[in-house]
Ligand binder design. Structure first.
Ligand code: SF4
Length: 208
C-alpha cells in the first residue's frame, strides 16, 4: 500500500522563507560541491497544483529554475495543454534542490537529507493536487510497493498533517522519459500521459 500520510514522522515544516534561505546555502549533502545554483522552485505560494520532479539537470543548474531544459519545455507544453500556464498556475519543484553529477539518479540518502525543504514547500503551497513526475518523486511521497507503470494514472489521497482535507496525488511519467519514447500511438507512454493530464484537469475543476 502506498503511503497515506505526509510528512514522515520526525519532519516538520520550516517557515517558507526560512526554508528558501537555508536551501540557498545548504551543504547537507555532497551535491553542494558540484552545483552551480540551488534550484528551489518556480510558481506561486500558495497554489492549487504542485508538481514534483526528480532533480535539476544542466540547464536548471545553470539558471536556478526547475524544468527549463528540453524536458522542462515539454512539461510546460503538457501543462498548457490542460490550461495551466507557468509560472502563475502551477508550483514546480524537485525532490533534490541540487544537480547530481551527470544527471545520475538521486541516492536515497540525498533525498532523505533534502526532504525538509520539500516538507516546507508542501506546507506553504497547500496544494489541492500533487503531480509526481517520475519514479524518484513517486517513491519519495508515496513509496508504493509497485513500480511506476502500475501506479501512474491512479489517484491516491494523502493526508498532509498540517492540512484539513486530503491532497489528491497522481504520478505521471517524467517528461524526459517521454522525450525518449516519442510515439504517441494508443497505449504508448505519451498517449497514457495525455489520459492522465485530462484526468488531472477534470479533478482540478471538481476541487475548485
Ligand atoms: S541537494 Fe538538498 S540537501 Fe543536498 S546540498 Fe542541495 S539543498 Fe542541501
Amino acid at each position: 500500500m502506498p503511503n497515506t500520510h505526509f510528512p514522515p514522522k520526525g519532519f516538520s515544516p520550516l517557515p517558507y522563507q526560512e526554508a528558501v534561505n537555508a536551501a540557498l546555502v545548504c551543504t547537507k549533502c555532497g551535491l553542494h560541491a558540484t552545483r552551480n545554483k540551488v534550484v528551489f522552485s518556480d510558481g506561486p505560494v500558495p497554489c492549487d497544483i504542485l508538481c514534483i520532479g526528480e532533480a535539476p539537470g544542466a540547464d536548471e543548474d545553470a539558471q536556478g529554475i526547475p524544468f527549463v531544459g528540453r524536458a522542462g519545455k515539454l512539461l510546460t507544453q503538457m501543462l498548457l495543454s490542460i490550461g495551466l500556464k507557468r509560472p502563475d498556475d502551477v508550483y514546480i519543484c524537485n525532490t533534490l534542490k541540487c544537480r547530481p553529477p551527470g544527471n545520475r539518479t538521486p541516492e536515497p540518502k540525498e533525498i532523505l537529507v533534502c526532504l525538509p525543504f520539500l516538507v516546507s514547500q508542501v506546507d506553504a503551497v497547500r496544494p489541492k493536487i500533487i503531480v509526481l513526475l517520475g519514479s524518484p518523486a513517486m517513491k519519495t511521497i508515496l513509496n508504493p510497493s509497485e513500480g511506476i507503470t502500475r501506479i501512474r494514472g491512479q489517484w491516491y489521497n494523502l493526508n498532509v498533517s498540517y492540512q484539513t482535507q486530503p491532497v489528491r496525488v497522481m504520478t505521471i511519467f517524467h517528461p524526459s522519459y517521454l522525450l525518449r519514447n516519442p510515439s504517441s500511438k494508443e497505449g504508448s507512454p505519451k498517449w497514457l500521459t495525455w489520459q492522465d493530464l485530462k484526468a488531472i484537469r477534470k479533478e482540478l475543476e471538481t476541487l475548485r
